[in-house]
Design a binder for this molecule. Structure first.
Ligand SMILES: [Zn+2]
Length: 296
């Protein structure tokens, strides 16, 4: 190994360990104990040199369909479709979400669930995502699933939306971002890295992984793609350690999609990060969604 490469490895190693310590302290300050993140990171960041073809083959075994958002600025009518901001489609007779401090939450996005390339999803259903911007301004930023107590977000799933009417109340809190209508670009993608929670069989990364011109380049390695933008289905683009929510039966939620920082300029994750959305069926009957926010 040339001295320059060795030095680069050492610097990367120290940076990752420092990040892990910071993250663990942050989790502990919120009363969350996740085992030793630091210990795991020592194991994870060992320079490993894998064979490119074996690595590629293994990653391709985990390829999934994803649908990247193609956005167009629109006025944002309250239609029951996948869209960003604008007016929400919210059913008549149901109270709009408020945080526990009494603020009307801000509408972020909604997803028409049959758009998501996942099996056994409910038909004619809509997920609506609200977040409390006032609380973030007041110094309470909500990171989703790990905030067991202090929730400042709402994920509601409405069924039989073709039989229900919207409340037509417009926006009850200012929009956090521009309003976009969404269409999709379908693509097969692999996980963005070897996250241990993706249950990927152990395979060493080649020395030159990952590649890509910038954070959003989908060509992460020759023959492998991963979409790091807003999308539904596929694999999350984690920017910290993976945090898959787990339901009451101890099963992992399914990944529904992610919202990137480019399109969400007024949100808590706008400076670099994602809001990840997940879905599960609790007690075999009720669909439930969950949120995780990670920032860099
Ligand atoms: Zn609030």
């Amino acid at each position: 190994m040339r001295p320059f490469k060795l030095l680069r490895y050492c610097i990367e190693y120290c940076k990752l360990v420092f990040k892990a310590i910071k993250y663990e302290l942050w989790l502990r300050s919120r009363g969350v104990h996740v085992g030793s993140v630091v210990k795991k990171s020592f194991f994870r960041v060992k320079p490993r040199i894998g064979d490119p073809d074996k690595f590629r083959q293994t990653m391709l075994m985990y390829a999934k369909k994803t649908r990247e958002f193609q956005v167009q600025e629109e006025a944002g009518e309250p239609l029951p479709i996948t869209k960003i901001a604008g007016q929400p489609w919210w059913p008549e007779g149901i109270q709009r979400p408020k945080c526990k401090h009494g603020h009307a939450m801000n509408f972020v996005a909604q997803i028409f669930i049959p758009d998501v390339p996942l099996p056994n999803m409910p038909e004619s259903s809509l997920l609506s995502f609200h977040y409390c911007d006032q609380c973030t301004s007041d110094g309470r930023t909500f990171f989703g699933w790990i905030d067991k107590e202090n929730r400042g977000y709402d994920l509601s799933i409405f069924h039989d939306i073709d039989k229900r009417k919207p409340d037509m109340r417009g926006l009850l809190a200012p929009s956090m971002t521009k309003s976009y209508n969404v269409s999709f670009r379908d693509i097969e993608e692999v996980p963005g890295g070897l996250c241990e929670d993706a249950n990927i069989e152990p395979v060493d990364e080649p020395r030159d992984f990952p590649q890509g011109r910038d954070d959003f380049d989908e060509d992460i390695y020759p023959g492998l793609k991963h979409v790091a933008k807003s999308k539904i289905g596929g694999w999350p683009t984690w920017v910290q350690f993976p945090e898959w929510p787990v339901n009451q039966q101890g099963e992992k939620y399914k990944f529904l999609g992610q919202l990137d920082w480019r399109l969400f300029d007024g949100t808590a994750w706008c400076s670099g990060g994602y809001a990840y959305l997940f879905i599960t069926v609790d007690n075999n009957t009720q669909f439930k969604a969950e949120l995780v926010i990670q920032i860099t």
